[in-house]
Structure formats: C-alpha cells, structure tokens
Design a protein around this ligand. Structure first.
Ligand code: SF4
Length: 362
C-alpha cells in the first residue's frame, strides 16, 4: 500500500514538495489552502500565545489527517526560535486529539534517523530514487520562483489587471503536473513566450517596495491577507520580498550556494546592529532595510506575526537603522484577529507617504 505523506502549506512550496514526495515513491496529500476554517481549528487547539504560523500549520495538519494522510512531515531542529519545536509539539497535540500517524521530523541533527524512517516507510529502494527526486524538486522550485518573480514585476505594469495572475496560475498548474525535468523546462519555455506577449503599460513607473519580515507571513497569502498580490494589482506597486519559497526549500539542502552566500553576507552586514543569531530571518530583515536605498527601493514594509521573537527583536533595532535615512517604513503585525480593512487603511496611508517622499527627491 502506498504511504500517504502530508506537509503544511506555505505559498507555492507544495508544488516542488509534491514532486519530491511522489518521486520518492509515496503519495502526497495536500491539505486545503489555509482558510478561515483551518485557521480557526488551529487556533482552537494551539497554545494561545504561540506564533501565528504554528496555528495555521496545525490547522493544515488536521485537514491533511482527515484527507487520509498517514505520515506528517515537518522540518525541525536547532532553531533558537520556536520553529524547531513546531513539529514535535503539533504532533503531540494531534495524538492527544486521538489521531494516529507517523511523524517525519526532518532536521540536520537527526539525518540518520530520518533516512531510517523513510527506508521503513518507503521501502529499501528509496535511496536510489533520491537523486532523480531531488533534481525534479530543484527544477520545480526554480520554475515556481521564476513565475512568482515575473508576476510581481508584471502586476503593476499590466494594462489589464489580473492578466499576470491568470497566466501565472495556469503555468503553476502545468508545473505541478509536470513529471520530468525535461517537461518542467518545456513549461518554463512556454511560460516565457506567453509572458512576453502580455500587454504592458510602457510608461508605468511604479513605486518599488521591499518586503522584509518573518518567512511564513511573507510567503503565505492566506496569512498576510494576500498582501503581495494586493500591493501589485490594487496599488500598482512593485514588491520585492527578501525571502522566497525557493530560498526556504533549497537553502537547508545546500542545493544552491548563492543562498548560503547571501545569508552569510547579510549576517556580516547586520553584525554592528545585532551580533547574535536569533534563529529566524532577522539577518534578512535588517540587511534588507540597510540596503533598501542602495537597491533603489522607495520604502520598506516589515511583516511579522504578533509573538514572533526574532522579528520583535528586530523592531527594537530598526529605529536605530532608520535614523536620518528618510526611508518610509511600515510595520505590519499579523495574528488571527488582523482585519483586511485595517490593513488596507494603513497601506493606503503608507503608500501616499512613499509617493510624496519619492516626489520630494526628484
Ligand atoms: S520566526 Fe517567529 S513566527 Fe516563525 S516560528 Fe520563529 S518565533 Fe514563530
């Protein structure tokens, strides 16, 4: 019988992760995209003051178990923040609720144990399938990244709002269905051809905003009220998050040395302001703010969950970085009570400020 493996959602990470799981010989169970209902269920069973991603991913796990998953996979390890313990605690909560399943907690510290568990679940031949599975995983992660980057660039420039998103959605579906690296390359080629044909406003000169903050809130649209799409399509702003699904997936596996290099440079850059590793994305947040002007951004948005330890420490450092820099900055704190209307009001006021700051510099 084929083992059914599930993992929580985060942006479009499910596309390469599904390919990895299936190429290793298991069936991937993809929970519904996080929504009000799954978040409510996560909130109900999670500790009250735990960070928002814990609650959302717990809701995902509940949904996956009800769809028949018998293995729950989660990254774990020596994080200084809570993330390293997410899987362990979530799986304890789920077992207390009466669910029965296997845990696949993947971390650098327990690599041997992970291989042993996978051999037990997937059969002894699984190791031979690893190189092909990783190649497909990497190809899909890179293709998803290309589609996401292009979409963020095209949204504020397209003549007809929604065209870039429709094109991206169609190609993300095709990428999800591709079963070989050759097919992924072909889909990428077709995507580039069609993307070139999208009617754009040649005179558009959108504001450029850098988005920094906690990984899950940055990448999961259901948690950030679709912030990235709204900034592009509704407010016609070009948004650049400092983090991406590609970075998150390939970084820990050392499949792209550029990720390690940029992380190392970011840590070096922020050392005068924060000489410690907090265990989250603090180096990318602070480094993203320090280099925003140099990289041609007109403003910075900092998005993070309410009780996030690393990002709240960053908030104490950021005013010192911004002193005298005249860089418009907005921080957005998310929890399950964040309202879309409140968020929009703040975004509108901030973007007015960014636009007037750009005009005063011209
Ligand atoms: S980075 Fe922040 S939100 Fe994410 S797990 Fe750590 S403490 Fe929680």
């Amino acid at each position: 019988m084929t083992v059914k493996v599930a993992f929580p959602h985060m942006g479009n990470a499910c596309i390469p992760l599904r390919a990895l799981v299936e190429a290793l010989g298991a069936e991937a169970v993809i929970p519904a995209r996080p929504n009000v209902e799954t978040l409510k269920r996560g909130v109900l069973h999670a500790p009250e003051s735990v960070c928002l991603p814990f609650k959302a991913t717990l809701g995902d796990c509940l949904d996956a178990l009800e769809r028949g998953a018998d293995v729950l996979a989660m990254v774990c390890g020596m994080w200084a923040c809570r993330f390293g313990n997410y899987g362990l605690i979530q799986h304890m909560i789920l077992r207390d609720l009466g669910y029965r399943f296997h845990s696949l907690l993947v971390g650098r510290e327990n690599a041997g144990e992970v291989v042993e568990t996978m051999r037990r679940l997937l059969g002894p031949g699984f190791l031979q399938r690893v190189p092909k599975a990783l190649a497909l995983f990497r190809a899909k992660a890179a293709a998803v990244d290309e589609v996401e980057r292009w979409t963020r660039w095209a949204r504020p420039r397209e003549e007809c709002a929604g065209g870039a998103d429709a094109l991206a959605a169609r190609f993300l579906k095709e990428l999800d269905e591709a079963s070989t690296v050759a097919r992924v390359r072909e889909v990428r080629r077709f995507f580039r051809e069609e993307a070139r044909g999208l009617p754009l406003d040649g005179k558009a000169n959108p504001l450029r905003i850098r988005l920094v903050g906690e990984l899950y809130v940055l990448l999961e649209p259901s948690l950030n009220h679709d912030l990235v799409r709204k900034l592009g399509s509704v407010y016609r702003v070009e948004v650049h998050p400092v983090l991406s699904t590609y970075r998150w997936l390939l970084g820990p596996l050392w499949l792209d040395p550029r990720i390690q290099l940029s992380g190392y440079l970011a840590r070096r850059r922020i050392r005068p302001y924060l000489p410690y590793v907090l265990g989250g994305e603090e180096h990318m947040t602070l480094s993203g703010i320090l280099t925003a002007r140099r990289d041609g951004f007109h403003g910075v948005i900092h998005a993070f969950p309410l009780t996030c330890m690393p990002e709240n420490i960053c908030r104490t450092v950021i005013p010192g970085i911004l002193v005298g820099g005249r860089l418009p900055y907005l921080d957005l704190c998310f929890d399950e009570h964040t309202s879309a209307a409140g968020l929009e009001t703040r975004l509108e006021a901030f973007l007015d400020l960014v636009a007037s700051s750009r005009m005063s510099r011209q």
